[in-house]
Design a protein around this ligand. Sequence first.
Ligand code: ATP
Length: 290
Amino acid sequence: MDAITLSAYAKINLTLDVTGRRPDGYHTVRMVMQSVGLHDDVTVTRTGTGGVTLACDKPFVPTDGRNLAVRAAEHFFACTGLACDGLHIALKKRIPVAAGLAGGSTDAAAVLRALDTLYGAGLSTDALCGMGLALGADVPYCLVGGTMLAEGIGEVLTPLPPMPDCWAVLCKPGFSVSTAAVYAQMNGGDLPERPDTAGVLRALQAGDYAGVCHRLYNVMERVTARAHAEIGQIKDVLLACGADGAAMSGSGPTTFGLFRSEDKAHKAYAALRRDFPDTHLTRMQPGWGR
Ligand code: ATP
């Protein structure tokens, strides 16, 4: 086999809590992560000559060593000791960039999986997650996907019962936020309000869709929403169209609503697309399994 194409799925945060800061400066988190069907296509081809190259259909995405997919490939060869006999990565991006949806991390995870297959390395998911963590805190989750509790800096993963199937409308307003700047305002995890993570875990255990939707909560939302009125406006439209719950994902600015009703989800999608072209209609996505 010389080439492989994988779907690299985006994630949303059903909850996001910042619980503290480690001596090395990394923040510790507690978050319920969920994959969604919105995905990039990642094609990895063994070319037989040269180093690692990358092409992307979005001109503003870097194609050199700044791209996490390129770094993933280089890290794979460095860790395994396997010789790179020329590799080309083609990215078809659908996931909004710098959006709180782990777009770069999921591409990197797909490259690690693809290389494991193409080179017959036979690495365990744990070994791949160890490699992925060196690339970014969300990469281990992206290697596994589905509904997961992520703790530590995001790499301590506990599988959860799947989120009951529903529609999601994801809306990225036309500005980007700096993840580092948002973390800097997290007061080392000393926060006045936190998500009811235990309540979300109970609701997932019981298959209680409404119980999850009522508890969607992201501690970073307050910071980003204070600086950008669009977050509140998008939530208002989602809820007015009948979303069962709405929240910002990651450090933002993508804001999403969950819907049991396909009709209401379509209406919200159509309403938001008028003002925000980077709006997507998708569903919950199961994980890869371990
Ligand atoms: P996270 O949710 O993990 O914080 P994000 O969704 O907010 O990630 P990304 O889409 O990964 O953010 O993009 C963050 C930055 O990384 C962008 O400014 C982009 O230039 C760079 N980048 C590197 N590799 C990629 C990639 N494969 N796809 C998109 N952006 C990438």
